[in-house]
Design a protein around this ligand. Sequence first.
Ligand code: OAD
Length: 255
Amino acid sequence: MQLSAEGIDALVSADSVAVLTGAGVSAESGVPTFRDPDGLWQQFKPEELASMNAFLANPELVQRWYAERRNLLDEVSPNAGHLALADLERLVTEKGGSFHLTTQNVDGLHQAAGSNNVGEVHGSLRRSYCVDCKRKATTKEMKSFRSGTPARCSACDGLIRPDVVWFGEMLPAEVLQAGENVARNADVYLSVGTSAEVYPAAGLPLLARDAGAFVMEINPRKTALTPYASASIRGTSATVLPELVKTLSRRLEMS
Ligand code: OAD
């Protein structure tokens, strides 16, 4: 793995660092990605599980699938990549800079690792709500589906859905806006573990690049962002990020 010397220099002098993460960041924690050969969208059809139409056609099936993904979260922990991003936030803010992380992940592992300034642009698997009265569902309600009977709101009997963004839905406006604002103002923008194929999130590093940021991609494979990145580091996030943060920390100590 070859770290980018130019990228380290840019990080040393950066006042503002922003990050976009995708499913690849959690792969080494045991959470499956979507588009890799063993990814979720190779085994399941998104149109049957991740849209309002799919949900209304078979709410119990969709609730069950999300419950299985949620159960997996009880068994996983942040990996060295998540922890390094939390360290990066500390390093940048301790030297008076600003740091913001936009994640497409719905697993909450960045927060579990200690990252503070996190925008969940695709929602969270850990929350559900009633499609009718919009009330946040309790854990008991979330688990209350039975064979042939979907989970329903105990207040109004509406269907309970996961608080994640489905295909055809808008992203949470304030979270997206915050991600766009920091992208426009970032000196360095890191795109980590994402195929950069799903918009509008995939547009954030491009926004940053157009505004003059040094855009560094960290991914074992080439992505849709690669041709536009200032540097691409080929490696997994749990190996590259700790090295990157260690190198930055040493450089900051010397300066
Ligand atoms: P993808 O599955 O599209 O892409 C995962 C990326 O992670 C790929 O580019 C892999 O090469 C890379 N990768 C795999 N293992 C890695 C590792 N250990 N370290 C670093 N990178 C690794 O996932 P996303 O880009 O997150 O949306 O997908 C975006 C959105 O598409 C998701 O948020 C989800 C999905 O449909 C919703 O659910 C709304």
